[in-house]
Write a new protein. Structure first.
Length: 365
């Protein structure tokens, strides 16, 4: 037994988790595997052994002395992270327990390294959101973390009523630990909210639902705001504020509608990239004008400048009142909301003013 134990320790020092599992297999003569809590195989020896994960999971929760499978949960900081299982180990239970200890130490070491990366990433995102560095510097730093800022990303922002230490316990990715690679998306805490930068693909909604469930488990009044897709570091900043506005609109998953620029300006002390958000708010009209040679943005500006007087706006545009009415109906249809409520009017006016004056994003880009 001592020889097998020393072999196990040497494996942990030299080869990590896969080597530990292989040494357990060699020392016990039993098929051995390490699973994450979703049933994915993290390491196995022999590699092609078929396992009934539901059975492994049940035994890890309620050990069965009569079972031909022994399963032990691996905890890091009192949090279950994996299950180590062996088939028909006989009198080698002590070796399996030693394996659990070594796996715990190895995962803890890898996790500490990942937490260091996450802390660095958090500083990069905070500097970007708070406009502390240039967009070019932010882009360089994001690339060093394994992210291409020129890809299309969505920002997810989750919040709930809870103690801050519970928020920081956001789940972590054990697969990223094992492969010693960057996580597939950024996940940090910014101003008491969970910030996630996720590639723009169909997985976004699923990830948002997962984040919401986590927040609901550790707090109350949970919400997750999802931005539209953006590219570039300036887009990531705009996406943050868009997701912030959405997350403030109610509980559950919240998608961007009309960003409340006025509310954003009072909600945060951070300089808001008004021009980027204004362009996003008016995007349906800007795109339609560009594609059809129309003047819907100019029409809306003239209508609001004339205090919504049809006669004055039609005269300023040199068009008939019926033509103006038709354009306004187009505007409402494209925006997906009315243009007569106080909130809609104030936001549209702010957005039009930002674009008209060429007000730069707060970072000066």
């Amino acid at each position: 037994m001592d020889n097998e134990l020393w072999a196990l320790i040497r494996a942990a020092r030299q080869g990590g988790l896969q080597a530990i599992v292989a040494a357990l297999h060699q020392g016990t003569g039993a098929s051995t595997a390490l699973f994450d809590l979703n049933g994915n195989t993290l390491a196995a020896a022999p590699s092609r052994t078929l396992w009934d994960y539901s059975r492994v999971l049940a035994i890890s929760l309620d050990p069965d002395p009569e079972s031909s499978v022994t399963a032990r949960r691996v905890h890091v900081e009192n949090e279950p992270v994996a299950i180590l299982a062996a088939a028909t180990i006989g009198n080698s239970a002590r070796l399996l327990e030693a394996g659990v200890d070594l796996v715990t130490l190895e995962v803890g070491r890898l996790r500490a390294r990942q937490e260091g990366r996450r802390e660095l990433t958090q500083h990069v995102i905070e500097d970007l959101v708070h406009n502390r560095v240039s967009l070019q510097e932010s882009s360089t730093r994001l690339r060093s973390l394994g992210f291409d800022p020129n890809r299309r990303y969505r920002v997810l922002l989750g919040q709930a009523r809870m103690r801050r230490e519970r928020l920081i316990s956001v789940p972590w990715n054990i697969h990223a630990l094992l492969s010693n690679q960057h996580e597939p998306f950024i996940r940090v805490v910014v101003e008491g909210r969970i910030f996630m930068l996720v590639p723009d693909d169909p997985m976004v909604d699923r990830i948002a639902q997962y984040l919401l469930r986590h927040l609901q488990e550790v707090g109350s009044e949970a919400s997750v705001g999802i931005s539209t897709a953006y590219t570039g570091t300036g887009g990531i900043r705009a996406g943050y504020f868009e997701a912030l506005s959405a997350s403030e609109s109610g509980t559950g998953i919240q998608y961007p509608s009309m960003v409340d620029l006025g509310h954003l300006l009072t909600l945060t002390t951070t300089a808001v990239p008004v021009r980027d958000i204004a362009a996003a708010a008016l995007r349906p009209l800007l795109d339609y004008d560009a594609g059809h040679g129309t003047e819907l943005v100019r029409t809306l500006h003239a209508f609001l400048t004339a205090d919504r007087s049809l006669n004055a706006a039609a005269d300023a545009l040199f068009i008939h009142r019926n033509t103006l009415r038709y354009r306004l109906r187009q505007i409402v249809d494209l925006l997906g909301h009315g243009i007569d409520g106080t909130r809609q009017l104030s936001n549209l006016w702010l957005a039009l003013q930002a674009l008209e004056t060429g007000a730069p994003a707060a970072d000066g880009d």
